[in-house]
Design a binder for this molecule. Structure first.
Ligand code: SF4
Ligand code: SF4
Length: 462
């Protein structure tokens, strides 16, 4: 059976009303306080057999799912991966997503995998084109108790990863309390920072509190970075912060946003990323938002050129660090255009031997994560589809518990619009609509219509 037919067979199995009814029961609490599905997955990976219809159904779904999207031979390997806490949480969210939304292209998870949370707009720098217009905190930023309640809601809803961003998250006094709270739920925690406050002691503390990942913004080599940040000497301080993170063993990424101001420096920063031994170089797709002006946006040709360079570096290095990635959704399109069995995207990197399966999987992973497995929060609890997308969907303080949040995730109209790639105005007719979908924040920034085309893509220009 080819992959397409396997997907159809898998969809039929999941969409069967009896299957759905049984799956729903797996999301009830078991005697030990965990969800039944969690206990069943533990049994599955440890080869315990449970005499129950629901257990056998879950086992069947796991095996058929892996077989359909990755290949039957990977079933044993997948069992090993499910042992990883974050992977297991992600898997549960995938199954909840199948239950709520069915087998869709691209895929929608049962709760966001990742929430990026600007926990304060306080910042020690005044960058010229800051997306968050940061500097001073908002007067209504969530206090510690409110912020902890948000973590309760997100963790119980099944959010796997929490990224603290800002502003400068390290300026928030209760940051460590919030990290500890998220870690109590075994969430993956990351910090997005300007790097200037990452002293050896601070990094050591972050490690002790279990931070998994630190992303540091570096927007050029010395001259451009300092021009952009407006402070002399800040480049060396940032590089020192990066070195401290690398030395600590916490996963470290350099984030660079390419604009007309630093375009010429991209290769240089990529080289520096390699020299410093970071795990990832993440090229951010510039979105004119906040203090970011339209006139520094790069052209579609420049963007295409950069993404092709990035792709060449990524695939020629194999498993060597750093991985060269991008938040630009067209990066997945470029990976597929090269017709290699490797898929690169902001949220996932997949390496498969079979091109047929890779293409199928690419259509499910789907480029822009907005409304599908990603959500953002502002410091006052306002909910947005993405940090670069200033459209308020509600405020998390309105939710009593995880059930209110999950209802919002399922039913919000804007999130549901963003999930439907067929309805997109230009991208909806593109062959890569499921793989990429364009950046919805860029469409919103340029046209105040999130379903419009993304003017950053070369195919739109052509
Ligand atoms: S036209 Fe739209 S969906 Fe197609 S590659 Fe460009 S941005 Fe992506
Ligand atoms: S709108 Fe989508 S593609 Fe654009 S930055 Fe947000 S998640 Fe990424």
């Amino acid at each position: 059976m080819n992959t397409e037919n396997m997907v159809i067979a898998f969809s039929k199995m999941i969409l069967n009303p009896l299957t759905k009814y049984r799956l729903r029961r797996l999301f009830k609490k078991d005697k030990n306080g965990k969800l039944i599905i969690e206990n069943y997955i533990d049994a599955y990976i440890n080869d315990y057999n449970i005499d129950s219809l629901e257990y056998n159904l879950l086992k069947n779904i796991l095996e058929k799912g892996v077989g359909t999207f990755a290949g039957n031979e990977l079933n044993e390997k997948a069992k090993e991966q499910f042992k990883d806490t974050y992977f297991k949480k992600g898997l549960i969210s995938v199954i909840r997503g199948l239950l709520y939304f069915g087998v869709r292209r691209p895929f929608v998870s049962g709760a966001p995998f990742l929430v990026v949370w600007d926990i304060t707009y306080k910042c020690n720098l005044r960058c010229k084109h800051c997306y968050a217009n940061a500097g001073k905190p908002l007067i209504d930023e969530l206090n510690t108790e409110e912020a902890k309640h948000v973590i309760d809601i997100l963790a119980r809803a099944g959010v796997v990863a929490l990224a603290f961003s800002g502003g400068e998250p390290l300026m928030r006094k209760d940051l460590f309390e919030l990290i500890d709270k998220a870690k109590e739920y075994e969430m993956q925690v990351s910090i997005a920072t300007n790097g200037t406050l990452l002293t050896k002691e601070k990094v050591k503390r972050l490690k002790e509190h279990g931070v998994d990942f630190i992303q540091i913004s570096l927007d050029g080599l010395k001259e451009s970075h300092e021009k952009f940040r407006g402070i002399e000497g800040i480049f060396d301080k940032t590089v020192e912060g990066i070195k401290n993170v690398v030395d600590s063993g916490i996963i470290c990424a350099i984030a660079m946003t390419a604009t007309k101001l630093n375009f010429k420096d991209v290769m240089g920063v990529m080289g520096l990323a390699e020299e410093l031994g970071v795990d990832q170089f993440m090229l951010y797709n510039y979105i004119p938002v906040g203090a970011g002006s339209y006139d520094i946006d790069i052209s579609p040709e420049e963007r295409e050129h950069l993404l092709n360079i990035l792709w060449e570096h990524l695939q020629s290095r194999g498993s060597k660090k750093p991985a060269f990635l991008s938040t630009a959704p067209y990066y997945s399109r470029i990976a597929l255009q090269h017709n290699k069995c490797y898929l690169a995207s902001h949220f996932a990197n997949v390496d498969l031997d079979e091109n047929d399966k890779l293409k199928t999987l690419a259509n499910f992973i789907g480029g822009c994560g907005c409304g599908r497995f990603y959500l953002s929060l502002r410091a006052n609890g306002d909910i947005q589809p993405c940090v670069f997308f200033p459209l308020k969907l509600g405020n998390i303080k309105e939710f009593k518990d995880e059930n209110d949040f999950l209802k919002f995730w399922r039913e919000n109209k804007i999130l549901n619009d963003l999930r439907d790639r067929d309805k997109l105005k230009f991208c909806g007719k593109c062959n890569y609509k499921y793989v990429c979908g364009g950046c919805r924040a860029r469409a919103y920034s340029y046209y105040k219509d999130y379903m419009e085309r993304d003017p950053g893509c070369i195919l739109v220009k052509k």
